[in-house]
Design a binder for this molecule. Structure first.
Ligand code: NAP
Ligand code: HSE
Length: 428
């Protein structure tokens, strides 16, 4: 039997489930793969904490560095989360010549290029299938299966918490705060849910997807992001009436202006495949000239699906250890120009609260025109005193759209720019 000793950094939602699976599925995994995967050491903050799994006495440690250096540990699984101390521990493991499997999107998005280089230098694997999309296989398809495809665009619902909130708001009229509370109770949200609702979690995942899809490192600084905390039930309703569903998307594109990645809420046409993704489900939609479109969908969060992805990486890395060869990185990054977001063409849905008197529509149309933004459609409902105006623009550079919004917001006849959300649809 080919025995591999595993050391875990963390034994919470994902790590605890992984340990449970390594024990209960041990025989099945051995039968399928020929591997005898043994948990040897587990680093946690508080060994006295009640756990959902059992491990022999003495296996816990509060000294993660000693765990990494333990000669009985052949492979390190990092499921503690956060950038530090996880980053330095992963780096140390790689420098020591031990392969690392991690589920930590925050760490990979922040230091992935440095860690992948360290893994290459030591000739060991650094695998992170669980970092994006939880249980959905997407890292391996992007970096290996699709390595020969000239991918043009990747769009993903990559945060389960926000998709859950938007689904509950749209389908059941649940208030935003209540839906967020439910997502937290179900274990989808990050310890600080600000990272979910304000788009930072999705931005880290979008940075990773963009880097793998286009083979160029896209740092987090190059991923502008906004979240769903400003999305209201009113706009969800108006969007639905106009033929759109509101989703928080990570969008990575190879554009004439360069590689671009961004995260923000969008209005998507009802018939787009991502519009039908409900609840905490994640989905990644990939476009390329030869494959046309591919859709990967499934559970994007939760201990069980995420542990499945981690386990797959553990098996992959264990096989490489036993093969004894120098491991080449799954992907190499070449420098490429990154697009300035202001130059990327976008379209907008804008809800304005305006005075209901002659000439108002003309002033607003003129303001858009002066900013070189063309209006695609307008819908208005007036009450004699006030009117609600819904405007959908044609595509124009993001900087022009933002300029138009600023100008319109400053008009005396405009009481409020009540909402401004980008639209993703095929037409211009
Ligand atoms: P978690 O439940 O908070 O567990 C974190 C674990 O790490 C705990 O066991 C904790 O110890 C340990 N830990 C934290 N800081 C430590 C330190 N400084 N020294 C030693 N141990 C430390 O987190 P999780 O939900 O399992 O997430 C783990 C990773 O998976 C994160 O990177 C997360 O982004 C990623 N991920 C999670 C999900 C999900 O659905 N949960 C999905 C995809 C990816 P104690 O138990 O003693 O507190
Ligand atoms: N908080 C994340 C989400 C967990 O809601 O998708 C998975 O990364």
């Amino acid at each position: 039997m080919n025995t591999i000793g595993i050391g875990l950094l963390g034994a919470g939602t994902v790590g605890g489930t992984l340990i449970h699976r390594l024990v209960t599925e041990h025989a099945a995994i051995a039968a399928k793969t020929g591997l005898d995967l043994q948990v040897r050491r587990v680093a946690v903050r508080d060994p006295a904490k009640p756990r959902s799994f059992e491990i022999p006495e003495g296996m816990f440690t509060t000294d993660p560095m000693s765990m990494i250096e333990d000669p009985d540990v052949d492979l390190v699984v990092e499921v503690m989360g956060g950038q530090e101390p996880a980053g330095d521990l992963v780096l140390r493991a790689l420098e020591t010549g031990k392969p690392v499997v991690t589920a930590n999107k925050e760490l990979i998005a922040a230091r992935g290029d440095e860690l992948i280089a360290a893994a290459e230098k030591s000739g060991v694997a650094l695998l992170f299938e669980a970092a994006v999309g939880g249980g959905i296989p997407i890292i391996r398809p992007l970096s290996e299966t699709l390595a020969g495809e000239r991918i043009t665009r990747v769009m993903g619902i990559v945060n389960g918490t926000t998709n859950y909130i938007l689904t509950r708001m749209a389908e059941e009229g649940t208030a935003y705060a209540d839906a967020l509370g439910q997502a937290q109770d179900l274990g989808y949200a990050e310890p600080d849910p600000t990272a979910d609702v304000e788009g930072a979690d999705a931005a880290a995942k979008a940075a990773i997807l963009a880097s793998l899809a286009f083979g160029t490192w896209v740092g987090l600084d190059h991923v502008p992001h906004s979240g769903i905390s400003q999305v209201t039930a009113t706009d969800i309703r108006y969007a639905r009436d106009l033929g759109y569903t509101i989703k928080l998307l990570g969008i990575a594109e190879d554009t004439p202006q360069g590689v671009s990645a961004r995260v923000h809420p969008v209005l998507l046409p009802h018939d787009h495949p991502l519009s039908s993704i409900r609840g905490a489900t994640n989905a990644i939609f990939i476009e390329g000239p030869a494959i046309d479109t591919l859709l990967f969908a499934g559970p994007g969060a939760g201990g069980d699906p995420t542990a499945t992805a981690v386990l797959g990486d553990v098996i992959d890395a264990a096989r490489e250890i036993l093969a004894g060869a120098q491991v080449a990185p799954r992907i190499r990054f070449a420098p490429s120009s990154l697009a300035d977001f202001g130059a990327i063409p976008t379209k907008w849905y804008v809800r304005l609260e305006v005075e209901d008197r002659p000439g108002v529509l003309a002033q607003i149309a003129a303001a858009f025109g002066e900013a070189s933004v063309s209006i695609k459609s307008v819908w208005q409902e007036g009450t004699d005193d006030e009117a609600t105006l819904l405007i959908v623009t044609h595509r124009a550079p993001e900087a022009d759209q933002e300029n138009a919004l600023r100008t319109v917001g400053n008009l005396d006849c405009v009481n409020a720019v009540a909402a401004a959300i980008r639209v993703e649809s095929e037409e211009a």
